[in-house]
Design a protein around this ligand. Structure first.
Ligand SMILES: Nc1ncnc2c1ncn2[C@@H]1O[C@H](COP(=O)(O)OP(=O)(O)OP(=O)(O)O)[C@@H](O)[C@H]1O
Ligand SMILES: [Mg+2]
Length: 246
């Protein structure tokens, strides 16, 4: 039996009188790399903010690792690493110092374990050699990888990334993709990744959820997506058809 790691049930969000999300439901399973696609303004970031309990839904519920984020926020979030919109660092500190500051917040680890964890995640994201450079000297791709290092500090089982490839060049995107695939393989981390670039997601995701105007318009496996689009059709065109046909 596949284990559900993220459960989103009938989530609706209204801001003032506007409906931003309407009755959104889906499950993500252990080991999935789940792509969350939708055009600008579809509601991706809003849903991710609800999933990470930065804002609350108007109705509906989200469970992370079986734990309701509203009822037991601390336990639910302890299983999770997330970057919402962009990771925040102190630019005048080094990558290593930024990670150490955050690692210090993890009271379940001794000082020694915290330091070791920082070195471990720097190696995983391939920033070990640049760890003593100030973050302001990092390229965008390096900052994205440092953001992922940050999410790994508390050994999450689930990582949520909001538009991680935004602004990256093809090599930056490839490096990020390789890193995500490596973490999925070696640490069995489940990923939930939003993007408006379906072709990019298709290179790493096994499942997709598509939203538009606050509603889920399609969800399924990569195979189902391929069947729907036909092998020959460019995914980006399929995406436009999906969104505009709605
Ligand atoms: N605090 C808020 N107050 C009013 N409207 C909001 C608020 N937050 C989001 N919205 C609206 O909700 C809709 C969805 O926004 P959201 O940022 O979730 O979209 P998105 O899919 O992440 O888009 P993008 O791809 O551009 O990042 C937009 O129309 C946005 O203007
Ligand atoms: Mg967004």
């Amino acid at each position: 039996m596949l284990k559900k790691t993220i459960e989103v049930k009938n989530v609706t969000k209204k801001i003032r009188k506007r409906i931003i999300l309407q009755d959104v439901s889906f499950d993500v399973y252990e080991g999935d790399i789940c792509g969350f696609v939708g055009p600008n303004g579809a509601g991706k970031t809003t849903l991710i903010r609800i999933m990470t309990n930065l804002i609350s839904s108007t109705s509906g519920e989200v469970k992370i690792g079986g734990v309701n984020v509203k009822e037991d926020r601390k336990l639910a979030l302890s299983k999770l690493g997330a970057i919402v919109e962009e990771a925040i660092f102190f630019p005048y500190m080094t990558g290593r110092q930024n990670l150490r500051n955050l690692a210090m917040l993890n009271l379940n680890m001794s000082k020694k374990e915290q330091r070791e964890k920082v070195e471990e995640v720097l190696k995983i994201v391939d920033l070990y050699d640049r760890g003593d450079d100030k973050v302001k000297t990092y390229s965008l791709g390096m900052k994205q990888r440092l953001g992922i290092a940050q999410t790994l500090l508390n050994n999450p089982k689930i990582v949520i990334l909001d538009e991680p490839s935004n602004g990256l060049d093809p090599i930056g995107m490839r490096d990020l993709r390789k890193l995500i695939l490596k973490l999925r393989k070696e640490q069995n981390i489940t990923f939930f990744i939003s993007s408006h670039l379906l072709d990019e997601l298709n290179k790493m995701c096994n499942r997709f959820i598509a939203i538009n105007k606050g509603k889920v318009i399609w969800q399924g496996s990569k195979e189902e997506l391929m069947k729907k689009t036909g092998e020959s059709l460019k995914l980006e065109d399929a995406f436009i058809n999906l969104v505009s046909g709605y």
